[in-house]
Design a protein around this ligand. Structure first.
Ligand code: FE
Length: 191
């Protein structure tokens, strides 16, 4: 690691989730600032956790809280890759580190799944939030057909182990999935 940015962020997040009586919007406000600081400069993510796959987007676990109160993932997009429409079921903060991604929110209207407003582009240094309270369903795509993009995701749970849903936007049908993690090792934060 070139510096202690990730470790410092994890320390601050651990203190944040330990505090009693905070509601979700207060947690998101503070967590958003921490992730904004983390992605302000693209100089700390080890190359191992920045590797794309030719076919699938990758989700590398950078840190998992031992009590499953939060997890941090590097989300690596190969050129042109995109997610299905999906939810999270816990709060999440997305910080753009490299490249750009397109976020199209969806919501249910009278049982059908519709786009919730315009898609927006997330550029390096910018952050966005999801949660069941503020809007939890979206489709995310790499904004580029010819380059890798990377965003850093923080979730209010162990996201790779949570049962959540993907949706067919045409029929609004739901299918359960567990995303897992792409890596077999995690970063050594203490070197
Ligand atoms: Fe998502």
């Amino acid at each position: 690691m070139p510096d202690a940015k990730l470790l410092n962020t994890i320390e601050a997040l651990s203190r944040l989730v330990e505090r009693q009586g905070l509601d979700e919007s207060s947690i998101l406000n503070e967590a958003q600032q921490l992730i904004a600081n983390l992605v302000a400069k693209d100089d700390w993510l080890p190359a191992e956790f920045a590797q794309p796959h030719s076919q699938y987007y990758r989700q590398y676990l950078l840190y998992g809280d031992p009590q499953d109160r939060f997890s941090i993932v590097s989300f690596v997009w190969g050129p042109g890759q995109k997610t299905p429409v999906h939810d999270h079921t816990v709060w999440g903060v997305i910080g753009m580190l490299r490249g750009a991604e397109i976020d199209q929110p969806y919501h249910f209207v009278n049982g059908s799944l519709e786009q919730a407003g315009e898609a927006h582009v997330l550029r390096p240094g910018q952050v966005a939030c999801v949660s069941p309270r503020i809007g939890d369903i979206h489709r995310v795509s790499n904004a580029y057909d010819d380059q890798v993009s990377i965003s850093i995701h923080l979730y209010g749970g162990n996201i790779g182990r949570i049962t959540r849903s993907v949706f067919d936007p045409q029929t609004a049908t739901r299918k359960e999935f567990v995303s897992g993690y792409s890596n077999e090792t995690v970063p050594n934060l203490w070197v």
